[in-house]
Design a protein around this ligand. Structure first.
Ligand SMILES: O=C(O)CCC(=O)C(=O)O
Ligand SMILES: [Fe+2]
Length: 174
């Protein structure tokens, strides 16, 4: 769908999917004790191509995504509710900066029960080449055209740059 909507040659799609690696994680968040604050997950974007999140137990108001205008939107999970989010790599770098990685957070400060969630995270095992179709006079090349996703993970592990814009720019900005 993304390839099509950006007018990118869909022939590339099969090799792109074949080199995708998937990581499925189940997360458990405990309840706060003794007025603990800062419990949950700090605002961040994922280092992935894309992430799919699903909350396993029906607790309201704990996960939020940041909108373009800077406001935080509270999500209301249900058994059929999955959040598909853009990550740093595929989306921001692959799309030449057109698609914004989604900032999100989990706030457990007032939670009365343990929270369980599930995330499916995707990473590209190949060197990704940014499609030429996404570069033109109005959208000049913003990142080095070849992107090594696993090297990007190693870079993060070493440098620990939390700001996603600065992180991507430092790694492969031009
Ligand atoms: O538990 C959640 O809903 C979010 C998890 C998350 O953002 C992550 O693992 O990167
Ligand atoms: Fe995340």
């Amino acid at each position: 769908m993304i390839f099509e909507s950006y007018g990118v040659d869909t022939q590339r799609f099969n090799s792109f999917i074949e080199s995708t690696n998937y990581l499925l994680r189940i997360l458990k968040y405990r309840t706060p004790q003794n007025n603990e604050t800062d419990l949950g997950m700090q605002p961040h974007t994922d280092l992935t191509m894309q992430s799919v999140l699903h909350q396993l137990n029906g607790m309201e108001g704990l996960v939020e995504v940041k909108l373009k205008n800077g406001e935080w939107l509270v999500l209301h999970p249900s058994p059929s509710f999955f959040v598909v989010m853009a990550g740093d790599a595929f989306i921001k770098v692959w799309s030449n900066g057109r698609i914004r990685p989604c900032e999100h957070r989990v706030i457990m400060n007032k939670a009365k029960e343990i929270r369980y969630s599930m995330g499916l995270f995707t990473f590209n095992g190949d060197i990704t080449q940014m499609p030429q179709e996404l570069v033109d006079d109005i959208n000049p090349l913003r990142y080095k055209p070849l992107f090594d996703h696993f090297d990007y993970l190693r870079f993060y592990d070493k440098e620990k740059i939390r700001d996603p814009v600065l992180r991507v720019k430092t790694y492969c900005g031009i």
